[in-house]
Write a protein that binds this ligand. Sequence first.
Ligand code: CP
Ligand code: NVA
Length: 308
Amino acid sequence: MPHFLDIHTTDRAALRAMIDQAHSMKTARADRPKGTADDSQPLQGRMVALIFEKPSTRTRVSFDMGVRQMGGQSMVLSGSEMQLGHGETIADTARVLSRYVDLIMIRTFEETVLHELAEYASVPVINGLTNESHPCQIMADILTYEEHRGPIKGRRVVWLGDGNNVCASFLHAAGQFGFDMVFAGPDALDPDPKAVAFARAQGAQVDIMRNAEAAVAGADLVVTDTWVSMHDSQSNRERRHNLLRPYQVNDALMAHAKPDALFMHCLPAHREEEVTNAVMDGPQSVVFDEAENRLHAQKAVMRYCLGV
Ligand code: CP
Ligand code: NVA
């Protein structure tokens, strides 16, 4: 019963197989109305709980649709409306939910909550974002890159801005999928040193830089994210904006990347802050393919967890 808690703690061959399965499942149902079922129904008879302790558009809708397309059922639960948000322990919540449902996806704050849930659940648990990581997003991003440009192995991925949860999962993926990462941002917002160490230990080159233009030189993929994540205090907003403004992704910066470089953002984007409209809506942007691919990648993640 494998959980899907993080990219660096998931078997490398299994990660590769999930990307490949996601691609073939996507291709098999191309052009069908979105509400139609897949030909194969591997989640028939399965119930999936989707728990949200933070807001979500993509994760919520893509998991729900993925379950339905594969013949399962899902229930969306808001953390604040559960006893979990009112003093019941995570361990007891895990034990109880395991008696009702076959699979749990949770979006939460500290990753200790995710790990405790996984420890005490007797069904698989999927990480739908914590303060520390966002592995489902990066599975979708790998799928997206490879659909457009072929294997990501050996490519140069440049992350601009805040070394946050999404950045950490990209670093984990650099180690597992064999690509190089450049981080460019202020030292106060450097990425998780454990994620950097993991990627390097697997043989990925990871460079930490301060100059955005120098960092982007030779990039195959340019990525950024919001300057203020859901877990960040709004009182630091102005300080973060001041620190991060030099790392905005705009046309002038993209001109330093390879001519065929792609641009990614997990969304939601703050247009004209971390990225300009011109880049978001420009020919190098694949941000809406990323959003779509959350659906396809997570269908493969759920199949992996359930062994179906
Ligand atoms: N990218 C992402 O996880 O989006 P949501 O917060 O809308 O789920
Ligand atoms: N870094 C962002 C990602 C949102 C999908 C956050 O955690 O809010």
